[in-house]
Design a protein. Structure first.
Length: 289
C-alpha cells in the first residue's frame, strides 16, 4: 500500500521519526549502528536504508548479523562486539529472539533470573574507531551514530575519540535494559566533553548534536514524536494493507453472491421451472412437508 511520501517508522520508540525531521530531505546519507540487532524489527536505520542510505551495522549475534547481510547488502555488517577491551574475544550473553543480548554479566544474570534462556558465546571484539577507520569514514560525514548495547554503552564510547570522529547526531540508549532507570551518568561526560550537547531524552535514548551542527539541528531534535510528524508505523501500515486485502476479498465474495442470486432468480423465472412446479409440490407432499 503506497503512502505517497509518508515516513514509515520501524524504530521501537520513534527515534527514526525524530531523525527524519532533520535528515529526511537528504537524498542519501550514512549511519553507524552499534548493537544493530534486527535489520527490520525496531530498527532505527531501516527507513533510511529503504530511501537509499547505507552505513555500518555492528552486531555480535550471528543470527541477526546473517539477516543483515541477506536483507541489507548495501550496509557493511560486522559480526563483532564493540568494546575498549584489548582482548581479541569476549563472552557475549546471547538471548535468542530478543534484543536483550549483552556483554554485561550482571544484566545477563538478571535476565536469567527472570526465566530467560541465556547462552554464552565467544565473539570477536573491535573498537569503534577501528570500525570507522576500516570503512573509510574517518573524514566522511556520518549523519547519525546509534549505540544500543544493553548496558555496555560506556565500553563503546571508550573505544572512540569523538573529538576526531564527528557524527552529526548521537543516539544512545540511556536506561537500564528493560527498565526506565537512567544510566547516562556513567558515560555522558565522554559525550559532553567531546563537544556534543543534549537535545532530547525520549524516555529510552538520549539525543546529542555536535557543536558544529547545533544551530541547524538542535531545535527540530528537541522534542519527541508528536502529532505534527507525518508518519505511519510499519505495524499500522501492515494492518492497513491487511484491511485492504480483506475488503478486496469481501468485495469478491459479494460479487459472487450477487451473481449466484441472479442465477437463481433467472432459474425461478424460467419456463422449465414453472412447468415442473406441480411435480415438485407432489414430491414435497409425499415427503410430508
Amino acid at each position: 500500500m503506497a503512502q505517497s511520501g509518508r515516513f514509515i517508522s520501524f524504530a521501537q520508540n520513534g527515534e527514526d521519526v525524530v531523525l527524519n525531521r532533520v535528515l529526511g530531505k537528504l537524498p542519501i546519507g550514512t549511519y553507524v549502528e552499534i548493537g544493530a540487532n534486527h535489520p527490520r524489527i525496531d530498527s532505527v536505520s531501516r527507513s533510511f536504508y529503504d530511501r537509499g542510505w547505507s552505513g555500518i551495522a555492528v552486531e555480535p549475534n550471528p543470527y541477526y548479523a546473517a539477516l543483515y547481510r541477506a536483507e541489507r547488502p548495501r550496509d557493511h555488517t560486522i559480526e563483532a562486539a564493540v568494546t575498549s577491551s584489548t582482548e581479541p574475544n569476549i563472552i557475549f550473553h546471547l538471548i535468542e529472539g530478543t534484543g536483550l543480548s549483552t556483554l554485561v554479566d550482571a544484566v545477563s544474570v538478571d535476565h536469567a533470573s527472570q526465566g530467560m534462556t541465556v547462552v554464552d558465546v565467544v565473539v570477536p571484539t573491535i573498537r569503534l574507531d577501528e570500525v570507522i577507520a576500516m570503512n573509510g569514514l574517518g573524514g566522511a560525514e556520518i549523519h547519525f551514530l546509534m549505540i544500543d548495547t544493553e548496558g555496555a554503552e560506556l565500553q563503546v564510547l571508550q573505544s572512540i575519540d569523538l573529538t576526531k570522529v564527528r557524527p552529526w547526531i548521537l543516539i544512545i540508549e540511556a536506561t537500564a535494559p528493560g527498565s526506565p532507570i537512567a544510566t547516562h551518568a556513567e558515560w555522558e561526560q565522554l559525550v559532553l566533553g567531546a563537544g556534543y550537547q543534549l537535545c532530547l531524552f525520549d524516555g529510552l535514548s538520549r539525543f546529542y548534536v555536535s557543536a558544529e551542527k547545533m544551530d541547524e539541528l538542535a531545535g527540530p531534535l528537541s522534542y519527541p514524536v508528536c502529532v505534527f510528524d507525518d508518519f505511519v508505523t510499519i505495524e499500522q501500515l501492515r494492518l492497513l494493507e491487511d484491511l485492504e486485502s480483506a475488503n478486496a476479498t469481501l468485495d469478491e465474495v459479494r460479487d459472487l453472491l450477487a451473481a449466484a442470486n441472479h442465477a437463481i432468480t433467472d432459474l425461478h423465472a424460467s419456463r422449465s421451472w414453472r412447468v415442473t412446479s406441480v411435480l415438485r409440490k407432489a414430491v414435497d407432499i409425499c415427503r410430508g412437508r
